[in-house]
Design a protein around this ligand. Structure first.
Ligand code: SF4
Length: 360
């Protein structure tokens, strides 16, 4: 047989569907990182028609990451389905069956959740299997052999999730057994070193990819206290609650939470969240931040929030703070809150800073 024809046959897996040969279609989880891009390329090299899914949520999807997945799908030449993780996902974070990692990251439950959604999508588009860019041993909690098995089983996909980057180290999956992909052309990468992935990227002609790091806010230790505080004080979590987590310095005064902007952008972000049920505080005469108070404050709590806002204003001495809730406005002249009181009410990690969110 002509070698070119043979090459085409080897790289184009087909399945017999209703008497017709159809190209094998698979759903790949595109995370916005290099590993998932490589997994897609490996599948494309085997002639698989890849459709990507990418998950977003305000709790861990930064806007540039959304664009990153879109950009990656464009570079890879594949269709991308965006799936928004909604209230059901938030409920899972509150009570994950398999617990949290070092922050508030319920990675195993999260993977199960995403695989279930990917399974639904795969069914919708007639995809034969699902694959991910996971690498054995890359993440201690969720990418060890036991965890990979647990996740598959709980998602109802036992033996049906292919991990092309580590497949040689894992049991054979349905896709390999049925000849949809050639196991001998899959890889056996293990561990946290990124070197094999970098070399593979080079050999596959992938020159533009995100640097490792960043990732999910749930995994950031400094973000965890904010989520814990939210879960402890709110039975039902709104989108505004989640968006607020990402902005400003956070303080707790009983039932009331106060968030203080750290710069112009954060002040604007806080103002944009006005749903009519929050109280906004701002210095009437000095330069200072926008602060937002969630909950119905007693007069004493409003005074406390005003003193907190005053603490971050320019100058010294008392500050006139404008408090606005909907159309109602009042002014309070207050002393600045002393540092020891500020620290006592801050919702923060051990060092009192939300590093990744740029706290000052
Ligand atoms: S790091 Fe975040 S997004 Fe990734 S699996 Fe864990 S919880 Fe889910």
């Amino acid at each position: 047989m002509d070698r070119c024809v043979l090459a085409v046959i080897r790289t184009q897996p087909f399945a017999l569907v209703c008497g017709q040969m159809e190209r094998i279609r698979a759903v790949g989880l595109l995370s916005g990182g290099l590993d998932s891009m490589l997994a897609v390329r490996l599948m494309q090299e085997q002639g698989v028609e890849v459709h990507a899914v990418n998950f977003t949520s305000p709790i861990h999807g930064r806007s540039h990451e959304k664009n990153r997945a879109e950009e990656e799908a464009r570079v890879l030449g594949i269709p991308l389905k965006r799936i928004e993780l909604g209230p059901e996902y938030l409920r899972m974070i509150r009570q994950p069956k398999y617990g949290y990692g070092s922050g508030m990251n319920p990675c195993i439950d999260c993977h199960i959740f995403m695989l279930r959604m990917a399974k639904r999508y795969a069914r919708e588009i007639g995809a034969k299997f699902i694959f991910t860019g996971e690498v054995l041993g890359e993440r201690p909690m969720s990418q060890n052999e036991q965890a990979l098995r647990t996740v598959e089983k709980a998602a109802g996909l036992e033996g049906r999730v292919l991990r092309p980057l580590s497949a040689g180290l894992l049991p054979e999956t349905e896709a390999e057994r049925k000849g949809w992909v050639d196991r001998s052309r899959l890889l056996s990468i293990r561990g946290r070193s990124r070197k094999p992935q970098m070399e593979l990227a080079k050999s596959l002609g992938i020159s533009s990819f995100p640097l490792p790091g960043g990732g999910c806010l749930l995994a950031e230790k400094e973000f965890a206290p904010r989520i814990r505080d939210l879960f402890a004080h709110r039975r039902r979590i709104s989108l505004t609650d989640v968006l607020l987590l990402r902005v400003g310095r956070h303080f707790r005064f009983g039932d009331v939470k106060v968030v203080v902007g750290r710069d112009e952008d954060e002040n604007k972000a806080l103002l944009s969240l006005d749903d009519g049920h929050m109280t906004y505080l701002e210095a009437a005469e000095e330069n200072g931040p926008v602060a937002v108070l969630q909950g119905r404050p007693k007069k004493s709590t409003l005074l406390t929030a005003a003193r907190l806002t005053a603490r971050y204003c320019d100058g010294t001495g008392p500050v006139l703070v404008k408090c606005r809730r909907g159309d109602r406005v009042q002014h309070l002249r207050v002393e600045r809150m002393p540092e020891v009181e500020v620290k006592a009410h801050m919702i923060a990690g051990k060092n009192g800073r939300a590093r990744s969110m740029g706290a000052q």
